[in-house]
Unconditional design. Sequence first.
Lengths: 227, 197
Amino acid sequence: MEARAAVHPFADLNAYIDGALDPQSRERVDGHLASCAACRTRVAQLRATAGLIAGLPTPAPARSLIPRVSVPFWLAPIRAASVVASGLALIVFVISLGSGSATPTSGAAGPTLQRNDQSGAAASSQPVLAPAPSAAQASPGAAFSVGGSTTPNPAERTTVDTQTQKAAGPAGTTPTPASAQASTGPQARALHVPANLESSQSPVIWLVLAIAFGAIAIFTTWRLRAA
Amino acid sequence: MRNSSEEANGELLDRARRGDGRAFEDLARAVERPLYRHALRMLANVSDAEDVVQDSLLSAWKSLSSFEGASFRAWIFRIATNRALDRLRARKRRPELPLDPPDDDDEAGWAEPAAGGPELADLVGDREAVALVEEALGMLPPEQRAALLLRDLEGFAYEEIATITVAEIGTVKSRIHRGRLAVRNALVAKGWKGSAG
């Protein structure tokens, strides 16, 4: 026993305190401690030191340190719906643009008739402009030059001329813009105004909606990818 | 109760592995504060500790599919401890005690307490003692500090600490022994009396 007490298991004392010794080693240390006051003192002090460390205060972080990796369950369906809605709105916008260009034929006929009146014998050059409202809204000078440069074929001119006369039919064949408008009167104006309003407003609304839904789709996609 | 808690954690871990972000956040919430405490004691700097914890949790989420163990807690502490040790190595702002001091020098390393001082066991919660313990921990080599904190502050077993610090159990035992001895000696050097056994 004295020989055993002389060999102090100092290196094992902390493992002994922590319950980390194998059973045989633990039994050996137990036996030594029973007869060695110095080692018992060390065990007590080391145990107290461990207690001091364990008793250190636990400060809380000033902010959450948890990464946001979850996404709301409704985010993916919202994204899908936004993509579809944006696409549909864009399609309707394009269709609205197209129907807006086809609708106001009496309006296009007005300027065309004006140019027909002004050119007189050169009316054949004007009909080229009739199918295109943007060309019809161009300056008279440009219209004349375009008409002159794009009508090489008399046969075409004749054909287009016929088409123009047919298009101009409801508005009457008498040429002045004022008279054309006067001949059709308030009825034509009534037809004019709603068509103009409709063609100018509805495409914009659909474009705005397409952009809005597109922005929602982009945001939700970013949010899903960030997670 | 511990078994049901472990089962609940196991279920959360399975769901998180399958990509359930909320399950991962629940797991993270349970370890956030201990992880922060550990990082703060390792680094003694609030900003660094916050960075380490956030980076560790994010890294854990991204590599969760490759995690095959059963203890999420041990795994996240491993990530955080490694990051803290990397930061300390990069910092190198204070001279460190030598790593692996010679063996069997316990006789020379056991400081004798002064007579008349307060018992060590009575110092728990004492503000001055807390500051001394923190200072003493800060003077330890990083690996000893990590092992001692994982044992005494976080309650990990030696086998878990060996996994967390990627060391042999014998090395863990040695680090804890030396680290705890150093803290005890620092307290005794300041006038605290060790209690008799």
